[in-house]
Ligand binder design. Sequence first.
Ligand code: HEC
Length: 444
Amino acid sequence: MSKASHDPWLGAAVLSMDPGNLLEVCRRVIKSDLVEGQDWNPDFLRRLASMALAASKTKEEAAERMSFLLSPEVFKIVKPSPLGDKGLYVQEHKWSVWTRYGEHIILGMQDGLRPKGLHFGQTSHQGHFEYMAQNRLRMFHSGALPKNQLAHELQLLAALLPADKMMELLKPMLSPQRELLEQETALKVLASLMSEKVGDWIVEALPVLTPVVREQAVTALLSRTDRIAKLLDAIEAKKITPAQLSVAAKATLGRQKTPALAERIAKLIGDGSSANRKAVIETYLTAMQGSDAGTPARKESVVAGKSARITGDATRGAKVYEMACMVCHKFADKGNEVGPHLATIKAWTAEQLVTNILDPNREVSPNFSLYLVETNDGRTLSGLIASETAGNLTLKRADGGTDTVLRSEIKSLASPGISLMPEGLEAAITPQQMADLIAYLKAE
Ligand code: HEC
């Protein structure tokens, strides 16, 4: 079966089996390596270990499963025995298996524990791995770590160290002097830590982050209600202004249902949409085309010193696209394909475009409707359903990233029948910018 672990389809079949059997599969996998020298894909073992732990129903059961996976019969090897006897060969042989798979199993166990709000370090196994953490830390600080191993190493350290210690490592990495990839990696690991302080830590880092990383930091804050509260605190304390939040972030906040939060959001940021789509569209079309001379909207735009007919500029339009659309759409090789590719709309009239941009909920195709998922451990995820399997569900977020949740971890799932595309984009786009944007979309 070791070949299956390198084959995505067979691998998926094994992973969709009854979770009750997973422990046994893990044990056999490790044993088969010990006895027959089989070669397993370490990532496969990580997923196996993760699912085996995620399937446990209580904290006690999780601890039991960990003990099993790390038990003498299965995997005792923490350190080769210094005693030279006949046992040594076996010990060393097992040691090589441990170095190959052990850390992937630890990572897998942490993956499986995280949704339960548990940390590997809170278990009785922490002591066994103290020496491992110390070694890894020394290696980390020596600067000898190859760049492509940074993510793996940080995840492992995050599983082995308490959150506070881990934050000490990550903090200096979240500064603009560091390479972008390093900052992004540090942020991902920070967002995955199991600590109530994560929200504060991310908010503290926000002012020094450049736009790309800041957007990811905000996404990490929006994923949990306790962290949203910290973000709102920071806005209230004027450490961050609502203008620093992207359109997509504001739209996500606007959909927040927890009453206490929704009230604060409406006060601090607005709810991201205005009631009358038809009037907004009229205003834009009038300002742009000047077709309705004499209407109040037209008069207003004249008084405001705007020319009756605005000409769009494709170069400026490209900037508007990058600011407001690129997170979700692909066009001219730029952006994420969360929504439809925008090459298809070239033939649309300006009116069709303005209508679709300002009133995305007029028609919502089922493939693009928004889903909101609350998890048992308090996260709120939103996005399109990207894929489903027997045991889990993957959501594609508005920023192009994905979240996978186990079905058993879902507290509630709802589709409010609205598009993932946010309403209220007019708050970020003036009629002039709309004209520029349309010139860009039609010119490329
Ligand atoms: C948060 C994600 C998101 C953002 C931001 C966003 N869109 Fe969309 N957009 C979507 C999704 C999802 C759809 C599909 C909607 C549906 O069918 O309900 C869509 C649909 C559209 C459509 C209709 C396309 C079709 O083939 O039916 C147009 C046009 C469009 N978007 C333009 C824009 C423009 C221009 C911007 C920037 C001003 C923008 N969108 C910003 C997600 C987004």
